[in-house]
Design a protein around this ligand. Structure first.
Ligand SMILES: [Zn+2]
Ligand SMILES: [Zn+2]
Length: 139
């Protein structure tokens, strides 16, 4: 089996087993599985729940232990927002693979979903389900 296919299958198994949020983190740490992933490798998308600012952070910019704690599904505080200055308001989000909109799924939060934050498994802008989207694009 070609190595790239193995990674693809491993990623898919993780998506089914652990949920999209964790999968997107795992995939960002793993070798590239597709051109899409090559572009976002080692990067995570965050969104501020206070001001809505979207940002892309390289894993090296994350606080020490942040990813490891998320992998263990431990409740994690958000990161401080560089745009509005609020504390602990930036959480990993999902970028719609179809239209590029940012949104939160329940898996984005390892702790309780903060009050007032809407979560969805599908893109609120175009209705795309990211896991289904990648599944359908599998060769
Ligand atoms: Zn903010
Ligand atoms: Zn969309």
């Amino acid at each position: 089996m070609p190595k790239s296919l193995q990674y693809l299958l491993a990623g898919l198994a993780a998506a089914v087993g652990l949920g999209w949020g964790v999968w997107s983190i795992v995939s960002s740490l793993s070798p590239p599985m597709s051109p899409d992933h090559l572009a976002t490798r080692n990067k995570m998308h965050f969104q501020c729940i206070a001001c809505g600012a979207a940002m892309e952070l390289h894993v090296s910019q994350l606080p020490e232990g942040y990813l490891a704690a998320r992998m263990r599904q431990e409740p994690q505080d958000g990161l401080d927002c560089p745009k509005c200055g609020k504390k602990k308001t930036c959480h990993p989000d999902i970028r719609c693979p179809n239209c590029g909109a940012h949104f939160f799924s329940p898996e984005c939060f390892t702790g309780d979903v903060p009050e007032g934050v809407k979560v969805s498994q599908t893109c609120p802008a175009c209705g795309t389900h990211p896991v289904e989207y990648y599944r359908n694009r599998r060769p």
